[in-house]
Ligand binder design. Structure first.
Ligand SMILES: NC(=O)c1ccc[n+]([C@@H]2O[C@H](COP(=O)([O-])OP(=O)(O)OC[C@H]3O[C@@H](n4cnc5c(N)ncnc54)[C@H](O)[C@@H]3O)[C@@H](O)[C@H]2O)c1
Length: 370
C-alpha cells in the first residue's frame, strides 16, 4: 500500500504519526511510505533518519495527500486540509467527530474512509489508542495545574504538597479512568489530598484498592460535586462517554462556590469539555479566567511533550496501521473487531452511532459498508 505521513499543522502540534522505526516495519511488509519533509522534526526525527529507514521525503502536504492510499496522522485534519482529501482515501488518525460538526460534514462530503484512533476498542471496552495519550495528558494535567496555581501565573498561590505545618492542597479529579488515575497518582505523589469521583462503583472500588492513602474515592453525582468544589483548589476533568460529547459536570453557577484562583484543567475538552464554561485553548494561549477561576483547556496537551508522546502513541498505533496496510481497510476491519469499531465515517456515511447522535445526522450500520 502507498502510505502518506503529513506534517501536523495544528497549533503547536509536534508529534508525528510514524517514527523511523515504524517505517522499517512498513518496508519489511513491502509498503511504500511518503513522509512530508520535517514531519518528524518536532519529535526529534530528521528527514535523513526517515530516508535511511526507507521512506521517500516529499516537500509539500499536497504531494503527500495526492499520492497516498492511506494517510496516517495524529490530529484531525484542519480546514486547510479538507480539500486535499480524496474519495476512498483511508485516514487513520484522531478525529473526535462528536466535538466538531464542520469536521463531520467535511469528511462526509469528501467521501473518505475515516478510521478514528479514539474509537478503536478492545473487547474489554478499553481504548488502546487513547490510553497512551491519556496517560501523558493525565500526568501533564497536574504539572500544568501546579504551574497555574502559582500566584504570578494567576492562581491561588498554593503549593500542592504544602510543607511541614501547612496543609497540602485539595485536588478533585472528575473521572477515574486513564486520565484520572494518572492525574491522581501524580497529585498524590506531590503530597496533595486527592478525591476521585466516577459513576462506576466497580472503578471506584479498584481505585480505592490501588491508590495511596491520600486519595479518596467518591460517587459522581451533582450533589457530591457541588460540595467538593468548595474545598478543591485544583479540579481536573477527565470524564469520557465513548464517542459522545462529555457531560457538563461543573456548571457555571458552581464557579461561585470556589475560591478565587482555583485552577480547572479540562482534559476532556477534546470531547467538548466537562465544565460548562470550557472552551478549547492552545499551548500558545492556554488559560483564561471566568468568575475568578483559571481555566486550562488545551485540546492537544500531549503535543507539548512530543518526544514522549510520539513514542507512546506509535507504540500503540503501529500494529493496527500494519494490519490496515497489509489487508486493506475492508478486510482488516471485517476480520478485526477492534479496528471495525474505529470506523466513523465511510464514503459519506456515518457508521458510528455517537457521531450521528451528536449532530442528528443519519446513521448507517457498519456492516452495510463492509
Ligand atoms: N486534552 C487532551 O490533550 C487529551 C489527551 C488525552 C485524552 N483526552 C481526553 O480525556 C478524556 C478522558 O480519557 P480517558 O482515557 O481517561 O477515558 P476513560 O474511559 O479511561 O475514563 C473516563 C472515565 O470517566 C468516567 N465517567 C463517565 N461519566 C462520568 C460522570 N458523569 N462522572 C464521573 N465520571 C464519569 C468513566 O466511568 C470512566 O472511568 C477523554 O475525553 C479523552 O479524549 C484529552
Amino acid at each position: 500500500m502507498i502510505i502518506g505521513v503529513p506534517k501536523e499543522i495544528k497549533n503547536n502540534e509536534n508529534r508525528v504519526a510514524v517514527t523511523p522505526a515504524g517505517i522499517t516495519e512498513f518496508r519489511k511488509h513491502g509498503h511504500t511510505i511518503y513522509v512530508q519533509t520535517e514531519a518528524g522534526k518536532g519529535s526529534g526525527f530528521s528527514d535523513e533518519q526517515y530516508t535511511e529507514a526507507g521512506a521517500t521525503i516529499l516537500s509539500t502536504i499536497e504531494e503527500v495527500y495526492a499520492i497516498a492510499e492511506m494517510i496516517i496522522k495524529v490530529k484531525e485534519p484542519i480546514e486547510s486540509e479538507y480539500a486535499l482529501i480524496k474519495e476512498d482515501q483511508l485516514l487513520f488518525t484522531y478525529f473526535h467527530f462528536a466535538s466538531s460538526e464542520p469536521l463531520t460534514n467535511a469528511m462526509i462530503e469528501r467521501k473518505a474512509v475515516c478510521l478514528a484512533y479514539e474509537t478503536v476498542e478492545r473487547t474489554d471496552r478499553s481504548l488502546p489508542l487513547l490510553i497512551p495519550m491519556s496517560e501523558v495528558a493525565g500526568r501533564m494535567a497536574v504539572q500544568e495545574g501546579a504551574k497555574y496555581l502559582e500566584k504570578p501565573m494567576g492562581g491561588f498561590g498554593i503549593l500542592l504538597g504544602g510543607v511541614a505545618g501547612v496543609k497540602p492542597a485539595n485536588v478533585l479529579v472528575l473521572g477515574g479512568g486513564i486520565v484520572g488515575t494518572q492525574a491522581a497518582k501524580m497529585a498524590a505523589g506531590l503530597g496533595a489530598n486527592v478525591t476521585i469521583v466516577d459513576i462506576s462503583l466497580a472503578r471506584l472500588r479498584y481505585l480505592e484498592d490501588i491508590m495511596p492513602a491520600n486519595v479518596d474515592t467518591v460517587m459522581s453525582n451533582e450533589y457530591n460535586i457541588r460540595d467538593l468544589v468548595k474545598s478543591s483548589i485544583l479540579i481536573i476533568g477527565g470524564v469520557l462517554i465513548p464517542g459522545a460529547k462529555a457531560p457538563s459536570l461543573i456548571t457555571r453557577d458552581m464557579l461561585k462556590l470556589m475560591k478565587p484562583g482555583t485552577v480547572m484543567v479540562d482534559v476532556a475538552i477534546d470531547q467538548g469539555g466537562c465544565f460548562e464554561t470550557s472552551h478549547a485553548t492552545t499551548h500558545e494561549d492556554p488559560i483564561y479566567e471566568v468568575d475568578g477561576v483559571v481555566h486550562y483547556c488545551v485540546a492537544n496537551m500531549p503535543g507539548a511533550v512530543p518526544y514522549t508522546s510520539t513514542l507512546a502513541l506509535t507504540n500503540a498505533t503501529l500494529p493496527y496501521a500494519l494490519l490496515l496496510a497489509n489487508k486493506g481497510w475492508k478486510e482488516a476491519c471485517a476480520s478485526n473487531e477492534e479496528l471495525k469499531k474505529g470506523l466513523n465515517v465511510v464514503n459519506g456515511k456515518i457508521v458510528f452511532k455517537g457521531v450521528s447522535d451528536a449532530w442528528n445526522l443519519p446513521y448507517t450500520e457498519v456492516s452495510e459498508v463492509l
